[in-house]
Design a protein around this ligand. Structure first.
Ligand code: OOG
Ligand code: MG
Length: 269
C-alpha cells in the first residue's frame, strides 16, 4: 500500500465508522497535488462499494466560509449518490461525526460532461446547465475538532457529507441566464434565522461557480453524468446540525429546501 492509499483508507474508515482521525498534515507534509490524489482514491473506494459519482462541489467561494475555516483557496470536491437526501425528508445523524449545514446554490446538468476529455470544459459545462435551485450542504470533517489545513480538507473531499436540493428552476447560462445573482439567502433552524447572506457572496456571482468547477474539475479529471448536481459553495458560515433540527434555506424568488436531522451523531471532538 502506498502512503497515498494508506491515507485514503484512513479517511474512508473515518467515513464508514463515523469516527474522526488526526489531520494527515500532522504526520507528514502533504502537497495539494497529493491531497487531490487522496480525494480521488477515496472516491474510488466509495465506487467500489457501489456508490456513484453524481456531482461536484466548490469550497470556500464566500468570504464567510473562508474566514470561518481560516482557508482562502477555492477547492473542488465530489458528490456521490449516498450523500443525496430528499428535500422535506430526514438526514440520519448516526452516520456523521460532527455535522454542520450551510446554504448553497445548486446547478443541474441536462447532459453528461466528461471533464477528463473535454477540449472546452468551461464552454461545455456552461452549455450543459439546465436548471438552478436552492440547496443545503451537510459538511462533516473527518478530522478531529473539525480543523484542517487546505491540503487536509482537499484530501477529505472538502468535508462533503450530504446535500439536499429544492425545486429546480429551468436555466440556460448562455441565452437566458437565471436571475439567481443578488438574491437574499437565509438559513433557518426551527423557524429562527441562524445565518443570512446573499447569493452574490458566492464568487461575486453564483453563476461563476460553473466555470470554476469546469476548470478545477478538468484538472482533477472528473466525469459528470447527465443530471449531475453542482454546488456553488456556502453563501454563509456553516452552523452545527443538531438532533431534531429542521433546517430551511430560502433564496428570495427561487424557493426553499428543508431537511430534518434525526437520531444523534457519533460525535467527535
Ligand atoms: C470545507 C467545505 C467548504 C463550502 O461551501 O465552502 C464548503 C469545510 O468548511 O469544512 O463546502
Ligand atoms: Mg459547501
Amino acid at each position: 500500500m502506498t502512503d497515498l492509499s494508506r491515507s485514503a483508507s484512513a479517511l474512508d474508515g473515518a467515513v464508514t465508522s463515523a469516527t474522526a482521525i488526526p489531520q494527515l498534515s500532522r504526520a507528514a507534509e502533504l502537497t495539494l497535488r497529493d491531497a487531490y490524489r487522496i480525494q480521488a482514491l477515496c472516491s474510488d473506494l466509495r465506487v467500489a462499494r457501489g456508490d456513484v459519482l453524481v456531482g461536484a462541489k466548490l469550497g470556500f467561494t464566500s468570504k464567510a466560509k473562508a474566514a470561518q475555516m481560516g482557508v482562502s483557496d477555492v477547492i473542488v470536491g465530489r458528490l456521490h449518490a449516498s450523500m443525496a437526501y430528499a428535500a422535506g425528508g430526514a438526514v440520519p445523524l448516526a452516520a456523521l461525526i460532527h455535522p454542520r449545514i450551510e446554504p448553497e446554490v445548486a446547478f443541474r446538468l441536462g447532459t453528461a460532461v466528461d471533464l477528463r476529455r473535454s477540449a472546452d470544459p468551461v464552454g461545455e459545462l456552461r452549455a450543459a446547465v439546465d436548471a438552478v435551485a436552492p440547496a443545503l450542504e451537510i459538511i462533516d470533517s473527518r478530522y478531529l475538532d473539525f480543523r484542517f489545513s487546505l491540503a487536509d480538507v482537499i484530501a477529505d473531499n472538502t468535508s462533503a457529507g450530504g446535500f439536499v436540493v429544492g425545486g429546480w428552476t429551468p436555466a440556460d447560462l448562455g441565452s437566458n441566464p437565471p436571475a439567481i445573482g443578488g438574491r437574499p439567502v437565509t438559513l433557518e433552524i426551527d423557524g429562527a434565522v441562524a445565518a443570512s447572506g446573499n447569493t452574490d457572496d458566492i464568487l461575486g456571482d453564483p453563476c461563476l461557480a460553473v466555470p470554476v468547477i469546469a476548470r478545477l474539475g478538468a484538472a482533477q479529471r472528473i466525469a459528470l453524468p447527465a443530471g449531475a448536481v453542482l454546488l456553488a459553495g456556502g453563501a454563509t458560515a456553516a452552523v452545527p446540525l443538531t438532533p431534531g433540527a429542521t433546517v430551511t434555506v430560502t433564496i428570495t424568488g427561487f424557493g426553499t429546501a428543508s431537511v430534518t436531522a434525526t437520531g444523534a451523531p457519533r460525535g467527535g471532538r
